[in-house]
Design a protein around this ligand. Structure first.
Ligand code: ZN
Length: 351
């Protein structure tokens, strides 16, 4: 992300909003999994495929740049390359108290609940019990499992998570608090405000996706976009298996399957070798979905966590992760692997 990220960084710093375009109502179409353990999205006509297949490219590509590079930029801006002690309590109670005192000055009126849900501060205008429920059932649930799975270090700054109760509140308060109208109905990440801003009525999937990025930035600041987005996207629709977080199939599948059938999906060597700029701006539109379902494949093969750890360890000599992918898969012939992966993906179903 360093080389190509520089220009993007500067471009992004001109923008305050980092919209995530993942449609994200809780995945209530899924069966057999308790509702509170499902976070996901359903396809919308306006956003048929996260890989931004075809027609929406002009809209989605810039958004994608913003979202994900934004997360990494935050870290570099905050000194993310410096060693950080691992473990809990990177910020003290007094730090949170000071942060909340400042936060209260931004509130547009009464009726907001503020909850410290470490490492985040959550602000919501639903009834307090509902805000607490989102904290516990979405944020804490995801944070605990993502930390257990991958991330020993907390984000390097206290980030706010604004949960607005519906579209009206979300749009009105974005204008009031952040002085800008949202251009996505779901939620966005604001680098300047150090905040995730969500229309929580659309569900928790986008929120879980977004939560991955500040943790990735704190733990693997040089993570290339393909893996940062692949992992974030994986958990847009998530559940747990044996107490561990798992990604489920989601709305990105249909577009990827169509691209596979049209032989439009790039080789993994090319995917991994993309600069962040290329990943976000490429107009084939399968990048998010391909990265997501590579992560899904690794997960189902029991290899995802070991891939992450080896990729972090190998990063200096393998910045793209491609060699590490080959090592973890135990494959030299990646053409043959790609054929197997494509067959695997074509057999998947959603919902
Ligand atoms: Zn993302």
């Amino acid at each position: 992300m360093k080389d190509e990220g520089g220009d993007i960084t500067r471009a992004l710093n001109l923008s305050t909003r980092f919209p995530e375009r993942t449609p994200s109502p809780v995945g209530n179409a899924l069966r057999g999994v308790p509702m509170k353990r499902r976070y996901g999205g359903t396809p919308r006509r306006a956003f048929p495929s996260g890989g931004s297949l075809g027609t929406r490219q002009g809209y989605l590509a810039p958004i994608a740049v913003v979202v994900c590079v934004g997360a990494s930029l935050l870290v570099s801006a905050l000194g993310g390359d410096r060693p950080k002690p691992e473990g809990p309590a990177a910020f003290s109670t007094a730090d949170y108290d000071r942060h909340i005192a400042e936060l209260k000055k931004k509130l547009p009126g009464p009726g907001f609940t503020i909850i410290v849900e470490r490492p985040f501060v959550v602000i919501g205008d639903e009834p307090t019990e509902d805000v607490r429920r989102h904290c516990k059932e979405t944020i804490r649930w995801a944070v605990d499992r993502l930390k257990a799975e991958y991330f020993p270090r907390d984000p390097l700054e206290i980030l706010d998570i604004w949960l607005f109760q519906d579209a009206t509140s979300y749009e009105r308060n974005c204008r009031t608090i952040f002085k800008q109208a949202p251009d996505t109905p779901y939620g966005f990440f604001s680098h300047e405000e150090r905040a995730l801003v969500m229309n929580i009525a659309t569900g928790g999937g986008t929120l879980v996706h977004e939560i991955v990025h500040p943790f990735m930035a704190a733990n693997f600041p040089d993570c290339p976009a393909w893996f940062n987005e692949g992992l974030g996207s994986l958990y847009e629709q998530s559940s747990e298996r044996g107490g561990r977080i798992v990604g489920l199939t989601n709305w990105r599948l249909a577009g990827l399957q169509a691209a596979i059938r049209k032989h439009q999906v790039r080789p993994f060597k090319a995917l991994c070798g993309m600069t962040d700029r290329e990943f976000y701006r490429d107009d084939r539109g399968t990048n998010y979905a391909q990265a997501r379902y590579l992560c899904y494949y690794l997960q189902e093969a029991g290899l995802l966590r070991s891939f992450y750890r080896r990729f972090v360890a190998n990063h200096a000599r393998d910045p793209s992760g491609y060699r590490t992918l080959q090592e973890v898969l135990g494959r030299e012939d990646m053409e043959a692997f790609q054929k197997e992966w494509e067959a695997f993906v074509l057999k998947l179903a959603f919902p």
